[in-house]
Design a protein around this ligand. Structure first.
Ligand code: SF4
Ligand code: SF4
Ligand code: SF4
Length: 164
């Protein structure tokens, strides 16, 4: 058992605790309070996700872990769930954007474009910097929050952050 999971279980054994809102919730899920009120923690969504990016979070409630891969927006997690805790899949699945941390190699003057290479939405650009190494910049209107850029970053400095 990981230290994170162990801590989570111990918190819950004490009882009465509200699960911590994760950095990344499931796509199309209702607000965290409503989600945890309806989710039975059955694990069906974990098994339904072809990318295997859904894991048990605080209290066993499912969360997204982009270090394992990206969301393809297949909708299987929503379809697998018997509870009324997701909204219409015709709508945008979430409002979250990639963010590049200070450990970024390019910000440290080392050439790297791993994030741009994997972004199918072309949401990451590198503007030329005369006399310096270009740094990643996000085009927010294009970023889908899919998380594809997270795992390939060699220094794990990309986070996909909720904008709500
Ligand atoms: S939409 Fe598909 S890929 Fe994304 S979390 Fe749900 S099951 Fe996984
Ligand atoms: S992959 Fe990571 S280190 Fe490389 S440019 Fe993108 S944010 Fe920086
Ligand atoms: S989260 Fe997805 S769309 Fe946004 S920058 Fe990363 S790879 Fe591109």
């Amino acid at each position: 058992m990981t230290e994170e999971l162990d801590l989570s279980r111990r918190r819950w054994l004490k009882g009465g605790l509200v699960p911590l809102r994760p950095t990344n919730c499931l796509p199309w899920s209702v607000d965290w309070f409503g989600f945890t009120a309806g989710c039975t923690r059955c694990g069906d969504c974990l098994r339904a996700c072809p990318e295997q990016i859904i894991v048990p979070g605080d209290g066993g409630y499912p969360i997204i872990r982009f270090s394992r891969g990206e969301c393809s927006f297949c909708g299987n997690c929503v379809d697998s769930c018997g509870q009324d805790i997701f909204f219409d899949k015709q709508q945008s699945p979430w409002r979250q954007l990639a963010s590049f941390g200070d450990a970024c190699l390019a910000k440290q003057g080392i050439y790297c474009r791993s994030c741009q290479d994997v972004c199918n939405a072309a949401a990451i650009k590198f503007k030329p910097r005369p006399g310096g190494i270009s740094r990643p910049e996000l085009i927010g209107d294009l970023c889908t929050g899919c998380g594809a850029c997270v795992a390939p970053c060699p220094v794990q400095t990309i986070a996909v952050l909720c904008q709500e």
